[in-house]
Design a protein around this ligand. Structure first.
Ligand code: MN
Length: 536
């Protein structure tokens, strides 16, 4: 349950680690949109403010001319109008008409050739009306600000919408952008750039669209830009933030991995556990099936965590082997065995101690030196040691394997084939390695059911082992029927729950002492002598 929870956490962590990378695009999109809309709005506001300013400038020029002129279309009036135009920022013309548009006079004494683009519209807060007109010689439309006098005459001031030209506006427009000026009624006044439809496309997310109203005037300025055009300017930011996001993601991933190392597989702590002697030897008695006496033990291990949890080897042994940690682990176990069983071994010279080696041990000769360093000058003699070859991984019949085996043989120790009949071993190959003991795997022992009279595979294994001249130890004996069957087939040594599980050193020593002091105590182990004992 705890393991599953941490798996889920790790998976979440790994997924979350990629959030920064995935969100970079989204964040920069949002940032670019926000920033661009802001700057576009400012530009458009400036344009509409200019229109508004121009209109109010025209209004004040017009009011001044009306106020200063005692009558219209006199030379005095023309003079006043001309001066007003010259002094104004951008008013171009002043015109007096009747209500039907018949021109009476203007500031320069000619006909004012202009065509209306719109009717005259009222402006809130002003007595003047405003209309849009076009002069033939000007591309920029103009505003016609008109005051009606006495219901019979109209006097108007003309001012371009903006001081700039249509061309100059177009030049400053990015590709794909659209700028237009329209009346609030929707009537188009000026359109520059791409033929975009503000009303139809302005709300779409692939466009940036802003608009601004020219004060109280019925005029609006609108601007549209494909988002992709604006976004292209943020490519540098993309690169920068992607790098940043990658760094953050990598950091998060690293944290997740570190969490995984700490929490998931307990094996990740194995190195520390070995250093702290938390991998403890447990001793499983090997029993003589004929006498019930103690033959010796197999050294198994448990991980005793400081919190009291005891981890069986199945959880960490594969990792230990794959990581190369099996070698220091075995060293640590052997040192503890020397300490635990020294006295007992000295008292009982026939006691056999079986130690599991791994495939990795057979790849360099160091293990022979290690065995010498630990058991040389110890109460445990080399000939009390049996080294088990476990074949979780295939052993190569290489020079190194052979020299490890012959090195251990030279010390007087013996070699056992563990879990025989499973894994990669085959018995013919075992013969070439010089194995002394064959440990029959529990799966063959399990085949012995109550009342069974023969188990061909097991019987075959036993026969082959005998042919090879090997001692036999049966593993995983759990029932009396199994013990009796094995004994009937000439198997003398056995280990398993029917006798004892792997025991802590204290319990094992107690059991050993009890068995050794019993009448049917420790006896010779060879098959021949057993038969003699039997016959006796
Ligand atoms: Mn074993």
């Amino acid at each position: 349950m705890k393991a599953k929870f941490s798996h889920v956490l790790m998976l979440l962590g790994a997924l979350l680690a990629f959030v920064p990378i995935v969100s970079v695009d989204y964040l920069i999109d949002a940032y670019a949109r926000n920033k661009e809309v802001g700057s576009l709005q400012a530009r458009i506001d400036a344009l509409s403010a200019e229109i508004n300013y121009n209109a109010s400038n025209a209004v004040s020029v017009l009011r001044k001319v009306i106020a200063d002129s005692p009558s219209f279309c006199t030379p005095t009036f023309t003079g006043i109008a001309q001066t007003a135009i010259e002094n104004s920022y951008n008013v171009k013309q002043i015109l007096v008409e009747n209500m039907d548009g018949v021109q009476y006079c203007d500031a320069f004494g000619r006909n004012v050739a202009h065509s209306p683009l719109s009717e005259s519209l009222p402006v809130p807060g002003l007595t003047e009306t405003i209309g849009i007109v076009k002069f033939a010689e000007m591309t920029m439309p103009a505003m016609k600000v008109t005051q009606t006098l006495g219901g019979v005459r109209r006097i108007s001031a003309f001012v371009p919408l903006m001081a700039t030209t249509e061309q100059s506006l177009a030049d400053n427009l990015p590709d794909g952008a659209m700028l237009d000026i329209a009346l609030t009624s929707g009537l188009p006044v000026l359109a520059i750039g791409a033929p975009l439809d503000f009303d139809r496309q302005g709300g779409r997310s692939d466009y940036l669209a802003v608009q601004s109203f020219a004060g109280e005037l019925p005029i609006k300025v609108r601007y549209m830009l494909p988002f992709s055009v604006a976004r292209a300017g943020y490519a540098d930011l993309d690169v920068l933030f992607t790098i940043l996001a990658c760094a953050i993601s990598a950091g998060l991933l690293l944290l997740t991995l570190r969490y995984a190392r700490r929490s998931r597989v307990p094996s990740f702590d194995l190195e520390r556990a070995i250093g702290r002697n938390e991998i403890k030897p447990y001793y499983q008695p090997v029993i003589n099936l004929r006498t019930g006496g103690l033959v010796g033990c197999e050294v198994l291990c448990r991980w005793e965590k400081p919190n009291g949890e005891i981890v069986p080897p199945g959880v960490f042994i594969d990792y230990a082997e794959a990581s190369g940690m099996a070698i220091p682990m075995t060293l640590s176990l052997m040192q503890q065995v020397r300490y635990d069983l020294g006295e007992l071994s000295q008292r009982t010279p026939g006691l056999k101690i079986s130690i599991n080696l791994f495939e990795g041990h057979f790849r360099d000769v160091g293990i022979v030196d290690d065995v010498q360093a630990i058991f040389g000058n110890s109460p445990i003699s080399y000939d009390q040691l049996v080294f088990e070859i476990t074949e979780r991984r295939p052993l190569e019949n290489s020079l190194a394997v052979n020299s490890v085996i012959s090195g251990l043989h030279a010390l007087g120790s013996r070699i056992a084939m563990d879990d025989a009949g499973t894994g990669h071993s085959n018995l013919a190959y075992i013969a070439t390695l010089g194995v002394d003991v064959i440990k029959i795997d529990r799966i063959f022992v399990d085949m012995i059911k109550p009342g069974t009279t023969q188990v061909p595979v097991l019987d075959g294994l036993i026969a082959m082992a005998k042919d090879l001249g090997c001692e036999i130890v049966a593993e995983g004996v759990e029932t009396e029927a199994q013990a009796i069957y094995l004994r009937s087939r000439g198997v003398v040594q056995a280990q398993g729950y029917i006798f004892a599980p792997a025991l802590k050193v204290g319990a094992f020593k107690e059991l050993a002492l009890a068995l050794l002091s019993a009448p049917a105590s420790y006896s010779d182990l060879s098959d021949e002598s057993e038969i003699v004992t039997d016959a006796a």
